[in-house]
Design a protein around this ligand. Structure first.
Ligand code: PGA
Length: 255
């Protein structure tokens, strides 16, 4: 049985006071939620502050990015030991904005992934096709290629410790969500690929989140799909009501 996992990716939003307010509200809202794993991924400068505000709650902390080296002359970068030091459990890797705006490649994401796993953090590896790729009928090819490249060299144990997020680029921040059928088709295909790359037992254990305009009112239908195990939420993770509506939907899903 895979436990549903809802993570909020705040991206480059909010300020210090709003970050603390938001997590205090979330901690209060999820006091009794135990059947869903929940994480928030604030901007890196607020990680410590948010970690403090989350003390005593079951909400976990995640970072939006990391560099693969543990320390050294890498101006502007943050390492896995630093993220652990401030209380992170998760790290998002290869988000489509990092791929498109900052030119991250599957090879770089793979290098980061190995560093994150070696450090004992849990990676959330993002994959997803653009609108052009979908319209050209290349969705499976693109997503499979990103999975193969990003996940290269993992052991079965490491794969089981890795979360994947399928995020069609055309659905991110656009208000345009993949239909439950469209999302489920890709999730099923990713699981089939994992069975060939690793084993069917491992493929059945990996958590695969969906991301792209997930909201309180479409979450239940998406999360009810057999191969969708949670959501990576952008815009709707910035307010207590909208994020807790998604967690609430996850908490009533019967798989
Ligand atoms: P969105 O972002 O929910 O605002 O579409 C999702 C994401 O980029 O992870």
């Amino acid at each position: 049985m895979r436990k549903l996992f809802i993570a909020g990716n705040w991206k480059m939003n909010l300020d210090r006071a709003k970050s603390v307010d938001l997590v205090r509200g979330l901690a209060d809202a999820f006091r009794t939620t135990t059947n869903v794993d929940i994480a928030v991924c604030p901007p890196a400068v607020y990680l410590s502050e948010v970690a403090g505000a989350l003390q005593g709650s079951s909400i976990e902390l995640g970072a939006q990015n990391v560099y693969s080296k543990p320390d050294g002359a890498f101006t502007g970068e943050l390492s896995c030991p630093m993220l652990k030091d401030v209380g992170c459990r998760y790290v998002i890797l290869g988000h489509s904005e990092r791929r498109a705006i900052f030119g991250e490649t599957d090879a770089q994401i793979n290098e980061k992934l190995h560093a994150v796993l070696a450090a004992g953090l849990i990676p959330i590896v993002c994959v997803g096709e653009t609108l052009g790729e979908r319209e050209a009928g290349r969705t499976a090819e693109v997503v499979r290629g990103q999975c193969r490249g990003s996940l290269a060299g993992l052991s079965e144990t490491q794969m089981r410790a890795t979360v994947l997020a399928y995020e069609p680029v055309w659905a991110i921040g656009t208000g345009r969500t993949a239909t439950p059928d469209q999302a489920e088709e890709v999730h099923r295909d990713i699981r089939e690929l994992l069975a060939t790359m690793f084993s069917s037992e491992t493929s059945q254990q990996v958590i695969i989140q969906y991301g792209g305009s997930v909201k309180a009112d479409n979450a239940l239908e998406l999360l009810s799909q057999p191969n969708i195990d949670g959501a990576l939420v952008g815009g709707a993770s910035l307010k207590v009501d909208s994020f807790s509506g998604i967690v609430q939907a996850a908490s009533v899903v019967k798989k």
